[in-house]
Write a protein that binds this ligand. Structure first.
Ligand SMILES: *[C@@H]1O[C@H](CO)[C@@H](O)[C@H](O)[C@H]1NC(C)=O
Length: 144
């Protein structure tokens, strides 16, 4: 009986040790945003067709801005991924996920819609500016 308990305790300790380790490792090894997971989270709150997202990636514009759902989806993605935080663009993330922005593009786009009161609309204006620049300036297809 005692032997069995010791074995069970040993197995539990091993499980705790190693699961924690695996979790810690997977967190440490990538500080990159988990875009597929964020898409699920953002789509749960602001549901838009995947074709609208594709359209945004290909043209820089959402096909439907008759309500703010799509714009709020974009805001959700950009804020949760850290591409933008308190209206400050994360240049490194944008360069690695959207395009190797050069010159004043990030500053110009960050200031787009500065007078817009609605946060979803303002974020969309900034994102659209960056997407359009990326489409025009480079042939890199944005991954966000
Ligand atoms: C959001 O969810 C709906 C319903 O499951 C799905 O049809 C749509 O393609 C999803 N959109 C995105 C952007 O993932």
């Amino acid at each position: 009986m005692l032997k069995i308990s010791i074995v069970i305790v040993a197995i539990s300790l091993w499980a705790v040790c190693c699961f924690v380790k695996v979790n810690a490792n997977s967190k440490d090894s990538d500080n990159e945003p988990d875009f597929p997971e964020l898409m699920k989270i953002c789509n749960a709150s602001f549901s838009i067709p995947i074709s609208d997202v594709d359209n945004f990636h290909n043209t820089g514009e959402l096909p439907d801005t008759s309500d703010k759902t799509g714009m709020c989806y974009i805001r959700c993605m950009w804020e949760k991924s850290g591409l933008i935080n308190n209206w400050i663009l994360n240049a490194d993330l944008i360069r690695s996920h959207i395009w190797p922005a050069t010159g004043d593009a990030l500053d110009v786009c960050a200031n787009t819609g500065i007078d817009e009161q609605n946060a979803c609309v303002r974020t969309y204006m900034i994102a659209r500016c960056l997407m359009m620049r990326s489409i025009v300036d480079a042939q890199n297809k944005p991954t966000v």
